[in-house]
Design a protein around this ligand. Structure first.
Ligand SMILES: CN1c2c(nc(N)[nH]c2=O)NC[C@@H]1CNc1ccc(C(=O)N[C@@H](CCC(=O)N[C@@H](CCC(=O)N[C@@H](CCC(=O)O)C(=O)O)C(=O)O)C(=O)O)cc1
Ligand SMILES: N[C@@H](CCS)C(=O)O
Ligand SMILES: [Zn+2]
Length: 772
């Protein structure tokens, strides 16, 4: 029989229950028992949902209080020294995730530990906590592994449960040497034998607890691997295969792309099943089928875990039938291409969405239905699911034929784009002089990345507008007051280039999605971004049109309040593309260019209204980089072109900023140079300083603002700490190129923290100016 299962399910909950529970715990409103009971109920609800939809197996261990990579570190005792004196359990766990700052009491000394580094999970907008390994890292299985308890829970409910583990090789590859360990002498694969001992112990215990299959995620198998990484796979899996007295079966999963040249490696491994992503890479099916061993199972990643369009079930069935013809029904599993973590929970609550477009969508819950239909069609014949298949074909035809997706004016503009629209009028040196003459900024100019605290009042104001309790005018009055408060605050703190604070924006991408045609947005389509923070990616279904200016009123109002330069804030085309669910009926490049033209128009309007500085955020440009190097150049060519198209329609004296966070700059350096922004502000405060050496090595000569304040943590960095950071930065970058700023927007922080941190930041810049 063909079985159906998903690789993982969204953990946040239909109503973001996980967020409320965990944030309630952090604020002291929820105690430990309530937290643990709440997440337990949520897990059960998600497992039951999958079983009720007709899936044969449920994943166990994919849910997490903060991040599943952090869970893996805790599971194997990979806790950096600086957290080891904290209370083990939730205190140490959350301190690793988000830092911990607590004043001294009579009985306990003060605690002040920063958070661990966060990075993008492959090419997604999900962030994981980067494991830190000592030179001779010890691995020690937790006394009470959470996954064992969860397996017992699922089995007690009578469910067929499949524990999910991050595989040892991917885990090692995702980590980094701990502080003080020299990167040059660090050999992560030297840690493999010790790590495998802990994995084997865990697999033994899972087997004893009743697991028959374990899902081991090895997404690194879709990357270009070093020889050392390739060599690690057979070593690892030979050892793991012997675990569970050889009774346990391992399903090794790959996702986010094709296994490509790693297929030979994969099929040598002594594993019982393989999962491949057929949504991103359907072309790999034949090669995988040919390479599979005699008894190996194949899990077909047919239902897209990264996008929200209903699947083409006829196409999926064609692929699945091919697998069944070769392997027989008992060796085939139908599955999601990746975990469903990256799509929202359900379309069920989307009653306000345009009905025609809603009919085209499948979120996680609806994807479970699709999986069940596929399995039924393969097991019982298509007639058993005739209505579902007919309905699916009707939707695909309706979408393809819809007049809603095309706009002739947008198409015409794209045809008339000229090469001159991708270039500033003169080179940076000349622009720099004109901008200095206009803005008269001091050395080490200070600014922020754009957003200021999105307080409960701000979010509630938007909720009132949404519910019709406030008129648009009442909301606008409220936002103006927020803008004025933010401008006065920045003047008082002493920043040099101000921002309006983005209080009118729910999110830097969703806001633009709501303002542009060609987009729809959901009411409850939340997707985890990091920890308890979620985003609601808007959905691009058609050609992009900017019906009217999107940011002009607020920016011009903010500028009218101050004589200091005001920076207009826009989100760049690649970030809008990357953080939206995008249409799959045209190349991403075409959508990016449509977005770029809309943003170019906004830039022109801001400039014409006298705004002297405009920031076009592109934090997602690195994240969009294809996972295989062979595909990088093609992507970077159009991605940078899209940025240039959005940003170059201004005079020399208008200063263009861009901002990037969580970027591994070394990989895309020449692209960043080609973007030719006058100022780039970058994330840098949690990562080490090596990224700055790239700016030095590549003789980057435009202005740079490496973040010196980690805004993702509630911790306030001291003057001394920021001074040290800045001095270290100045070893790599010339004084006259450096700006001083936080590493990202301040929307997640509270005003008191922001006041304390920015006061320190300005003090550091002023002290440096005096020295210079
Ligand atoms: C810079 N980052 C971003 C990424 N992706 C984006 N799309 N946007 C980004 O900014 N990726 C990389 C990083 C990730 N960083 C963050 C940072 C912060 C958040 C975040 O704070 N998310 C919020 C939700 C934001 C939002 O859309 N708010 C809405 C709705 C707010 C809400 O929950 N309202 C309540 C009612 C009000 C109340 O009573 O409080 C409700 O509807 O129930 C808004 O402001 O209107 C979060 O809370 O998770 C995400 C990624
Ligand atoms: N301007 C945005 C950028 C975040 S990446 C902000 O400040 O929130
Ligand atoms: Zn940022």
């Amino acid at each position: 029989m063909v079985t159906a299962s998903a690789l993982g399910f969204p953990r946040i909950g239909a109503k973001r229950e996980l967020k409320r529970l965990v944030e309630g715990y952090w604020s002291g409103k929820t105690d430990t028992a309530e937290l643990l009971d709440g997440v337990h109920q949520l897990r059960i609800r998600h497992w039951r949902l999958q079983a009720d939809k007709g899936l044969d197996t449920v994943p166990v261990g994919d849910a997490s209080l903060y991040d599943h990579v952090l869970d893996t570190s805790v599971l194997f005792g990979v806790v950096p020294v600086r957290y080891q004196s904290l209370q083990p359990g939730l205190e140490a766990y959350f301190a690793m995730a988000r830092g911990l700052q607590r004043p001294a009491t009579e009985s306990a000394p003060a605690i002040d530990v920063p958070a661990m580094e966060m990075k993008k999970w492959f090419d997604t907008n999900y962030h994981y906590i980067v494991p830190e390994f000592e030179q001779n890292q010890a691995f020690q299985l937790a006394d009470e592994p959470k996954i064992l308890a969860e397996l017992a829970e699922a089995r007690a409910l009578g469910l067929q449960a499949r524990p999910v583990l991050l595989g040892p090789v991917s885990y090692l590859l995702l980590g980094k040497p701990a502080r003080g360990v020299s990167a040059a002498s660090f050999d992560r694969f030297a840690l493999l034998p010790a790590l495998l001992v802990a994995y084997v112990e865990l697999l033994d215990r899972l087997t004893a607890a009743g697991a028959t299959w374990v899902q081991i995620d090895e997404p690194a198998l879709v990357l270009d691997l070093s020889d050392a990484a390739r060599a690690a796979y057979p070593i690892a899996y030979r050892q793991l295969a012997a675990a569970g007295q050889s009774k346990l079966r391992l399903l090794l999963t790959t996702y986010f792309g094709s296994v490509g040249n790693n297929l030979d490696l994969l099929t040598q491994l002594p594993i019982h099943g393989v999962h491949v992503d057929l949504a991103r890479a359907p072309e790999q099916l034949d090669a995988v089928l040919n390479a599979l061993g005699a008894d190996q199972h194949l899990s077909l990643g047919l239902i897209n875990g990264r996008n929200i369009w209903k699947a083409n079930l006829a196409h999926a069935l064609t692929l699945a039938r091919k697998a069944v013809a070769k392997l027989g029904t008992d060796r085939v599993i139908v599955s999601s291409s990746s975990s469903l973590l990256h799509v929202p929970h359900s379309t069920a609550g989307e009653t306000a969405m345009d009905a025609e477009i809603r009919d085209w969508l499948a979120f996680a819950t609806e994807k479970l239905d699709e999986l069940a239909v596929l399995a039924k069609a393969l097991n019982n014949g298509e007639d058993a699911v005739r209505d579902a298949l007919d309905d699916n074909a009707r939707v695909a035809q309706a979408r393809a034929a819809s007049s809603r997706t095309h706009n002739p004016e947008t198409q015409r503009r794209l045809q008339t784009v000229q090469p001159s629209m991708f270039k500033r009028q003169t080179a940076f040196e000349s622009r720099r002089a004109q901008q200095q003459a206009r803005l008269k900024l001091p050395r080490f100019a200070t600014t922020t990345v754009g957003s200021f605290p999105q307080t409960r009042e701000v979010r509630q104001a938007r909720a009132k507008l949404r519910k019709g309790e406030w008129t648009q005018d009442e909301y606008a009055v409220f936002i103006r007051a927020e803008i004025e408060r933010t401008v006065r605050f920045q003047e008082r703190i002493g920043l040099d280039v101000l921002v309006h604070g983005e209080s009118e924006r729910n999110d830097m991408v969703e806001f633009f999605g709501e303002s542009l045609q060609g987009y729809v947005f959901s009411q409850g389509g939340w997707v985890s971004s990091y920890g308890t923070r979620c985003v609601k990616p808007p959905i691009i279904y058609g050609d992009i049109v900017r019906p009217k200016p999107m940011t002009l009123d607020e920016t011009v109002y903010a500028q009218s309040l101050t004589s200091l330069p005001m920076k207009g804030m826009l989100t760049g085309p690649i970030t809008c593309l990357q953080w939206s669910f995008v249409r799959d009926d045209q190349p991403r490049r075409d959508t990016a260019f449509q977005l770029a033209l809309a943003i170019r128009d906004e830039v022109s309007d801001l400039e014409a209204a006298g705004i002297p500085v405009i920031q076009i955020d592109e934090p997602a440009i690195r994240e969009g980089l294809p996972l295989r190097r062979a595909d990088w150049d093609a992507y970077l060519a159009w991605a940078v072109d899209a940025f240039l198209l959005s940003s170059t329609g201004v005079s020399d004296a208008t200063q263009i900023h861009t901002h990037m966070c969580y970027s591994d700059f070394n990989d895309i350096f020449s692209a960043i140079k080609r973007m030719d922004a006058d100022v780039i502000t970058i994330e840098n405060s949690r990562s080490d300083l090596k990224l700055l050496s790239a700016f030095e090595q590549h003789s980057y000569t435009n202005w740079i603002g490496p973040g010196i304040y980690d805004i993702h943590s509630p911790r306030v960095p001291s003057v001394e700490e920021m001074k040290e950071r800045l001095s270290a930065i100045l070893q790599f970058l010339p004084n006259d190129l450096v700006w001083v700023n936080p590493d990202c927007g301040l929307k997640t922080r509270g005003w008191p923290e922001v006041e304390a941190a920015l006061t320190n930041l300005v003090a550091v810049a002023r002290a440096l100016r005096e020295k210079a």
